[in-house]
Write a protein of this length. Structure first.
Length: 124
């Protein structure tokens, strides 16, 4: 990228989305609904009890989440779906969730202000 801002959100979630070979359109929809329903925001007492609500989501495609380093020191990405399979599922997930997005497959600089100690791994 040339330094242009592609997408920006206020308070909400940054989703790094990896797609593997056996992911389906149904799984993309279920995952989007799961993210929407996660109770990870503070309620009036400061407990993680509130769902996404009106907050925003930025979704970035991230095939490297499927990098396997169990053998050797160089990651293998054979578990990541090829772009022609992954991109439609990424787009479907973003549409279903109403997420802003980066550019699929592009090299992007992503900035995050982490307001709390929460990072979750979701797999269906």
């Amino acid at each position: 990228m040339n330094g242009d801002t592609v997408a920006e959100i206020g308070p909400g979630l940054l989703v790094l989305l990896g797609v593997t070979h056996d992911d389906t359109p149904e799984a993309a929809d279920r995952l989007a609904e799961k993210v929407r329903a996660l109770r990870v925001f503070p309620d009036a007492e400061g407990r993680m009890n509130e769902p996404l609500g009106d907050r925003e989501v930025l979704c970035v495609s991230q095939f490297t989440l499927y990098g396997d380093v169990r053998k050797g020191n160089r990651p293998s990405y054979v578990d990541a779906a090829p772009p022609d399979r992954a991109e439609p599922l990424y787009e479907q997930f973003c549409e279903r969730l109403g997420a802003k997005r980066g550019v699929f497959g592009a090299l992007m600089a992503v900035e995050l202000v982490n307001d709390g100690p929460v990072t979750l791994l979701l797999e269906l």
